[in-house]
Write a protein that binds this ligand. Structure first.
Ligand SMILES: *Cc1c(COP(=O)(O)O)cnc(C)c1O
Length: 375
C-alpha cells in the first residue's frame, strides 16, 4: 500500500508530469517570470471556468483578502464580520488594516458561519461580511446575500478552500463559490484543491470598478506606470506558478470528483458509528471536500489521532483554537463560552486524509482503523 498522507501531491504530479514540466519549461525559455503571457492565459481560463467577469491573480490567498478589503474604502473602526471558526487569515487582514473584526459563531452541522449570529452582530458600524466556505462547501449564501442587501453591506467570500463548489439559489441560478458576493478570494497554496508549487491566489469579482481598483492595489496602487493613485501592495502570481495552475485547471473537475468519491467512502463507513458525526451538508451547495472533517463526539479525539498515527495514518485538527481565543486576538468584547459551537468544534474535529489519489485499499485501511479505535 502506498504511504498514506494528508495530501499526496507527488502522486498527483506524476499523472500530469508531462504538462506541468512543459509549462514550466516554456516559462523558463521565455524568461518572462513576472507578468508573463502564462499569467494572462491562466487568468482567462479561470474566468471561463468560474464564470467570474474578472479574475485578478495575486501572490496568495491572504493577500487576496487584504486587497479585497483595501478596495472597499473602509475607515478605522469599521466592523467586518467573520466566523470565529476558521483559518486565521480571514480575521488577520481585517485587524491589520485597522478595521474591527467582529466574530460570530458557526453552525454545528456545516461548520460554516451561522446566519442568525451574523444578523445579531450587525451594528451601525458594520460594513462587510466575510463568509468562509469552510472545508469546501458554501456557507448559506442565499440568506447571507439577502441579509447583506438589507443592511447595505459588502460580502467578501473567503473561498480559499472551496474553488469549484457550486451554490444553487431558489430562483434556480447556480453560481460558483467566490463569484456570489461582491468579491471572492481563493488560494493556490499547494495543498488547496487547485494548488500551485509555491504561493498563489486570486480575486474574483463581477464589478468593473472594484476590479480596476484591486488590480491597481495589487500593483503598488499604479494605473499609469510610476503614477501611484492609491496606496497599494506588491502581490502577484508569478509565471511559473501560473503554468502549473494552467496545467492543473483542466483536471479540477476530476480532482473534485475524486475527493467526493473518497468522502462518500468515509460517509458510508462512519454514518452509523454512534461516536462519530460525518460532515453535515449545506443545503443547495455542492461540497468539494478540501477537508473531510469528522466530529468525534463520543470518544477521545486526541487518543484517536494518536492511535491513527501509530498505524501510519495522519489526521489533523482544523482548527484547535477559535479566533476569539487566539492570544493575538483576545478582546475584552469576548470571553470563553461566547461562541459555544465553535468552541465545541475546536475540541472535537478531526480531519482525515483527503486528496485526489486515495485508493480503496487506503480508504479501507483508514476507515477500519478509525472504527477499531473508537469501538
Ligand atoms: C488557505 C487559506 C487562506 C490563506 O491562503 P494563503 O494562500 O495561504 O495565504 C485564507 N483563508 C482560508 C479559509 C484558507 O484555507
Amino acid at each position: 500500500m502506498r504511504k498514506i498522507q494528508m495530501v499526496d501531491l507527488q502522486a498527483q504530479y506524476q499523472r500530469i508530469k508531462h504538462d506541468i514540466d512543459a509549462g514550466i519549461q516554456e516559462v523558463i525559455d521565455s524568461a518572462a517570470f513576472v507578468k508573463g503571457a502564462k499569467v494572462t492565459e491562466f487568468q482567462e481560463h479561470l474566468e471561463a471556468y468560474t464564470g467570474a467577469k474578472h479574475v485578478i491573480n495575486v501572490g496568495n490567498g491572504t493577500d487576496a483578502l487584504q486587497i479585497a478589503l483595501m478596495a472597499l474604502g473602509l475607515k478605522p473602526g469599521d466592523e467586518v464580520i467573520t466566523p470565529t471558526f476558521t483559518f486565521i487569515a480571514t480575521a488577520e487582514v481585517v485587524a491589520l488594516l485597522g478595521l474591527t473584526p467582529v466574530v460570530v459563531d458557526v453552525d454545528w452541522e456545516t461548520m460554516n458561519m451561522d446566519v442568525e449570529s451574523v444578523r445579531r452582530a450587525i451594528t451601525p458600524r458594520t460594513r462587510a461580511i466575510v463568509p468562509v466556505h469552510l472545508f469546501g462547501q458554501c456557507a448559506d449564501m442565499e440568506a447571507l446575500m439577502a441579509l447583506a442587501q438589507e443592511h447595505r453591506l459588502y460580502v467578501i467570500e473567503d473561498a480559499c478552500q472551496a474553488i469549484g463548489a457550486k451554490f444553487t439559489f431558489s430562483n434556480g441560478e447556480t453560481k460558483q463559490a467566490g463569484t456570489i458576493g461582491h468579491i471572492g478570494c481563493t488560494s493556490f497554496f499547494p495543498s488547496k484543491n487547485l494548488g500551485c508549487y509555491g504561493d498563489g491566489g486570486a480575486i474574483f469579482t463581477n464589478d468593473d470598478d472594484l476590479a480596476a481598483k484591486m488590480r491597481a492595489i495589487a500593483n503598488h496602487g499604479m494605473v499609469v506606470r510610476y503614477h501611484h493613485d492609491m496606496i497599494g501592495v506588491n502581490s502577484r502570481l508569478d509565471s511559473i506558478q501560473a503554468a502549473v495552475l494552467d496545467a492543473k485547471l483542466p483536471h479540477l473537475d476530476e480532482y473534485i470528483a475524486a475527493r467526493q468519491k473518497a468522502a462518500a467512502y468515509y460517509d458510508h463507513a462512519f454514518k452509523d458509528c454512534p461516536v462519530l458525526l460525518i460532515p453535515g451538508r449545506q443545503a443547495h451547495s455542492t461540497h468539494v471536500f478540501h477537508q473531510y472533517t469528522l466530529r468525534v463526539t463520543g470518544a477521545n479525539r486526541d487518543a484517536l489521532r494518536e492511535g491513527l498515527a501509530e498505524k501510519g495514518i495522519p489526521a489533523m485538527i482544523y482548527y484547535p483554537v477559535p479566533l476569539h481565543q487566539q492570544k493575538a486576538y483576545l478582546d475584552p468584547r469576548y470571553k470563553d463560552g461566547d461562541f459555544p459551537i465553535a468552541e465545541r468544534l475546536a475540541s472535537c474535529v478531526l480531519s482525515l486524509p483527503m486528496h485526489t489519489e486515495l485508493d480503496e485499499e487506503q480508504l479501507s485501511y483508514i476507515t477500519s482503523n478509525v472504527l477499531r479505535l473508537v469501538n
